[in-house]
Design a protein around this ligand. Structure first.
Ligand SMILES: [Zn+2]
Length: 517
């Protein structure tokens, strides 16, 4: 009955009240250690404040790998950095961006990742806005106008207030009107780019070739004072992101016929080809050393902030869980591993490489728990399409005291995740990888890939909660007398009668960014 039920229905139920409490000295010791001897704040300071963001190919990424190995060493846990590929080496330097005409104002902005250096010089020039052209021919005719100018390639946002602020204080009519106008403007801007015959990626390169001295963009993240910071496409001239407020200022001045002048200095260093790693740590199993329970969180980040919640908090959750387990459960029945993956942000590359390189581990994986969506308490676990996940995950969750699974919902069998984070690299090959999914804390707008993903956004109580949850799940999975079933549920049919497919394994990119130089 249960089988049929889990087969055809995705059952959602609140764990709260669904499980009986068990008394277990190891669980008690996990909770005690996490609460009385937490290392989370200390680690957060060392990793987010001292080392900083962890963009693939940067010296900071390497420092972070070395820091983690050392940290595990101090806890008596074996750890190593495992090379899986190579990347363009680059190091972020100073960004200075100022408006110098018609008045002086220091602008809030920064160079994008992999931005070329201005070679110690400050470049001062007028700005020009990408115009509306009918087609690529007209664009080519206009293109010589960019010579010696900074080119603004982003739309000016009509409001710097996030929607929740409009909803709270605006009239319904004005909120609706703003949204409608913004949508029209956004569509028109997409058309403006399209009409040039270029894409967001190729447009900066065309402007650079035509003699522009820099690219000015603004990638607003729909919250107060928050922008997403990704990578530059230019090869010689700087690409900077400017905060919504200052971008709007420059845009309005230009439109009103007083084109401002700005000064830009970007330092950065090209570091050639550098190796990329995963940090892997291990607590050897005593009874079934060749069966594995794994913790997982990507270690790399974008570099507009310090990668505190993407995925610093996932990283600390797993490190703290390992520390606690080593202390209170030093002889697990199965081997406990943790993967701190490199280059997740460019396509789950570290974890995909691990899956390719370690079939012996993947084949004997009892379970993997990944966390990668912010600082919040874990509130969702999906069975990822595994038919019997219901049985074993429920059994393991049984061990978790109510307090640490408050509002936690499970979904079984769930559907297999095709991406999003590193558990998907395992699910793709039919190995039981699960995502410990957090509540939002407005992750999507405020911290995910933004310039505000910093220490102060971490909610340490929630991270501690998650470290306890992860440690207990690992403990329970290590003790489970059964091997987890990998039987897949029957994939659902869509309205057209087509059956959806299990996600396919995708190859890791082992050489990254090297063509961009
Ligand atoms: Zn992430």
């Amino acid at each position: 009955m249960k089988r049929t039920f889990t087969l055809f229905l995705a059952i959602v139920f609140a764990a709260l009240g669904s499980y009986a409490q068990t008394s277990d000295p190891v669980v008690d010791a996990i909770v005690k250690e996490a609460n009385e001897n937490s290392q989370l704040q200390k680690m957060a300071h060392e990793l987010f404040d001292k080392i900083g963001p962890r963009l693939v190919g940067t010296p900071q990424m390497q420092q972070a790998h070395d820091w983690a190995v050392t940290k595990y060493g101090t806890w008596g846990i074996q750890a190593k950095n495992e090379k899986w590929g190579e990347w363009r080496g680059w190091e972020r330097g100073i960004s200075h961006i100022d408006m110098v005409y018609p008045r002086v104002k220091t602008l809030e902005g920064t160079q994008l990742a992999w931005c070329p250096s201005t070679n110690g010089k400050t470049v001062t020039a007028e700005v020009i806005i990408l115009p509306e052209v009918a087609d690529s021919l007209e664009f080519q005719k206009w293109l010589p106008n960019v010579k010696g100018k900074f080119v603004m390639i982003s739309m000016m946002q009509p409001t710097g207030r996030p929607d929740y602020n409009w909803e709270e204080f605006g009239t319904k009519d004005s909120f609706e009107k703003m949204k409608k106008e913004r949508t029209e403007q956004t569509d028109a801007w997409a058309k403006r780019i399209k009409n040039t015959g270029k894409t967001n990626q190729t447009l900066p390169v065309a402007l650079e070739k035509a003699g522009a001295v820099g690219i000015v963009a603004s990638n607003w993240s729909r919250g107060f004072g928050v922008n997403k910071i990704f990578g530059a496409n230019t090869k010689k001239i700087p690409t900077v992101d400017i905060a919504l407020e200052d971008y709007g200022l420059l845009y309005r001045l230009t439109e009103s016929g007083t084109p401002p002048k700005i000064s830009v200095l970007t330092d950065s260093k090209e570091k050639g080809v550098v190796p990329t790693f995963n940090t892997i740590a291990e607590i050897k199993g005593s009874e079934k050393p060749d069966e594995y329970v794994m913790l997982s969180a990507h270690f790399d980040s974008w570099d507009g902030g310090s990668g505190a919640t993407d995925n610093g908090t996932g990283t600390l959750t797993m490190m703290e869980a390992m520390r606690i387990l080593k202390k209170v459960y030093p002889n697990p029945k199965r081997t406990i591993l943790v993967g701190h993956w490199g280059s997740e942000e460019q396509g789950l590359n570290g974890s995909r490489a691990f899956v390719e390189d370690h079939p012996e581990i993947v084949q004997n994986l009892e379970a993997l728990f990944n966390q990668d969506n912010g600082t919040g308490r874990v509130v969702n676990i999906s069975g990822q399409g595994f038919l019997h996940a219901y049985e074993y995950i429920s059994r393991w969750l049984n061990k978790v005291p109510e307090k640490f699974k408050d509002k936690l919902e499970t979904r079984f069998p769930g559907s297999p995740g095709g991406g999003g984070s590193d558990f998907a690299s395992f699910v793709a090959v039919g190995a039981p990888g699960f995502s410990l999914s957090s509540n939002s804390w407005l992750y999507g707008s405020y911290t995910w890939h933004t310039n505000r993903d910093t220490y102060d956004k971490v909610v340490f109580d929630d991270v501690r909660n998650n470290a306890i949850l992860a440690a207990i799940l690992v403990y329970a999975a290590c003790e489970d007398p059964n091997k987890t079933s990998r039987e897949k549920s029957i994939m659902p049919y869509n309205a057209k009668g087509e059956q959806s497919k299990w996600p396919e394994q995708r190859k890791a990119t082992r050489k990254g960014g090297l063509d961009q130089k």
